[in-house]
Design a binder for this molecule. Structure first.
Ligand SMILES: Cc1cc2nc3c(=O)[nH]c(=O)nc-3n(C[C@H](O)[C@H](O)[C@H](O)COP(=O)(O)O)c2cc1C
Length: 162
């Protein structure tokens, strides 16, 4: 089939190359040594600092590190095995060792017999959103603290004026 002058596989590849979300495709087997990475797009290379040929044949576990939350990985595995889908957040590490907060959606790619043949993950670096959400929470806590302290001072003044 041709769409817009290109055959569909070519168009799909062009789309994966153009989009700003990082995309990772792995083989279906989740148990070590799987899931083996078979494709990453340029947005993944830009986000992680790894070139495609450095990650193809390895597993996404290479992005894990000290702050990786084991509970998230257990939920990921359960989600994929039971529902063929997972949406979550985790800490990943770039090639230079810097951590970032990643939001993932992982979905099953199924073959004709409905068996899972691959997994595809769309990943976004949400470090800035998380940092600003944390900052807003800290600001809010600060404002609440100031209101409490002012209220208590006012109460003291009123008591003393009686
Ligand atoms: C398509 C896909 C993308 C994944 N991306 C990541 C990732 O970016 N970071 C991460 O820590 N784990 C990622 N994982 C999960 C790990 O590869 C692995 O499945 C997870 O650690 C659970 O396996 P384990 O219980 O053997 O550790 C991804 C898995 C799949 C299938």
């Amino acid at each position: 089939m041709r769409v817009g002058g290109k055959n569909v596989p070519g168009l799909c590849e062009a789309a994966l190359t153009a989009i700003t979300e990082a995309v990772v495709i792995t083989e279906a087997v989740l148990t070590r040594p799987g899931p083996t990475i078979v494709y990453v797009n340029p947005a993944f290379e830009a986000m992680t600092g790894y070139a495609a040929d450095e990650v193809i044949g390895r597993t996404p576990r290479m992005l894990q590190g000290r702050a990786t939350d084991r509970d998230v990985l257990d939920r990921l595995r359960e989600g994929l095995e039971q529902h063929g889908y997972f949406h979550g957040e985790a800490i990943n590490y770039r090639k230079d060792g810097t951590p970032y907060v990643v939001e993932w959606v992982i979905s099953a790619i199924r073959g004709e017999d409905d068996d899972v043949t691959h997994w595809v993950a769309a990943q976004r670096d949400i470090t800035v959103h998380r940092a600003s959400a944390d900052h807003q929470r800290a600001l809010y806590a600060d404002v609440v603290q100031q209101i409490r302290s002012t209220t208590s001072k006012l109460r003291d003044l009123v008591e003393r004026a009686r």
